[in-house]
Write a protein that binds this ligand. Sequence first.
Ligand code: PLP
Length: 427
Amino acid sequence: MTTTLQDCRARDAQDPLRSLREHFTLPEGTIYLDGNSLGALPRATAARVAQVVQGEWGEGLITSWNQAGWVDLPARLGDQFAPWIGAGPGQVVFTDTTSINLYKVLTAAARVARQDGPGRTRIVSERSNFPTDLYIAQSVCEQHGLALVLVEPEEIDAHLTDDTAILLLTHVNYRTGAMHDMAAVTARAHARGILCVWDLCHSAGAVPVDLLGADADYAVGCGYKYLNGGPGAPAFVWAHPRLAGRFEQPLSGWFGHAAPFAFTPEYRPAPGIGRYLCGTQPIVSLSALQCGLDVFSAAADLGGMAALRAKSLALTDLFIDLVQAQCAGHGLGLATPLAPHQRGSQVSLTRDEGAYAIVQALIARGVVGDFRKGDGGNGLHKDILRFGFTPLYTRFEDVWHAVQHLREVLEGGEWQRPQFHQINAVT
Ligand SMILES: *Cc1c(COP(=O)(O)O)cnc(C)c1O
């Protein structure tokens, strides 16, 4: 039986998470399917930022480091969010960017690996990993005399060898939305003595993550995607307690010192994850991020991650079904796995031609997804039309309308207009 708009509206009316949409400011007439790239603006953020700027900074001035609790904001936010990634209190801090945090943990992991297994000379990752992860890994390899080996997902197991030091994976692939089984992959790597570094940029706040349960070694993730922290929001970093106090991370700044205000000339790292801070923290950005994390605290009372995941899968299932039913014959393929346990919170469609222009034509109609370039390599990584379904604020009705627009753009050949073929700086 085909799903109708009325069915979608009925599902929205019964959605236990429907009140969460009220926590966001979404522009009228926009169907936002790009919360996996830049999350939407929480309603509380503007007033909170104004209060931090005018009250805490303007009035409180430097006393706000103590009085307003600025000094432990990275750790407080880490504790607030830790349960959503299966981490314990005191194990997570929000600071710096994902790229920078990845540099810190990869370097620490390289030092641990070198001490535990001097013969291990390789970092293994996926060729289709997010480029910044690979660029950072290249730099760490150069600095530590390691080799970066890039493989396809199905080749990973064969590369868990005795000369591999670190397996660096992104849990949910940014392009395809394919999700690894974190516990199983980590167990296989550990059986060969290999450390696992997980990038949670497309999983934190979107899919269940259990870092301690999976016995992961290190993790990093993004604050401005599913966490709705705002453009350039601080990222998070986690190290397993058995590793957090082992080795210094390379950016040994004073905020990661055991006693920053002792002003000693020698660096002495804070005992746990606190050493992963570097310099003075971006308080305004951290305060904005907190408003995003607060929405998750509200979601915890409505069923938590189990409810978010159920809705996310229902949204992506619906999108896939409707595209297959309504857009057949237009050359669209599906890059996202159909199996729910292998799927993140996005759907990636492929098309041999015009993917970029189709996305632009949709944006002109108020349906905001994005385009991700294929790497032009061996045909495994095609150009992608990417649609993120963040369960905090996406409605079933939105999915319905998005597919109608996609069908119209394809049927009318609207995407072939020249204006949709201009390539912007940010895609
Ligand atoms: C978004 C994303 C990043 C972004 O890193 P920044 O340092 O915030 O620019 C890194 N890795 C992955 C896998 C991502 O999806």
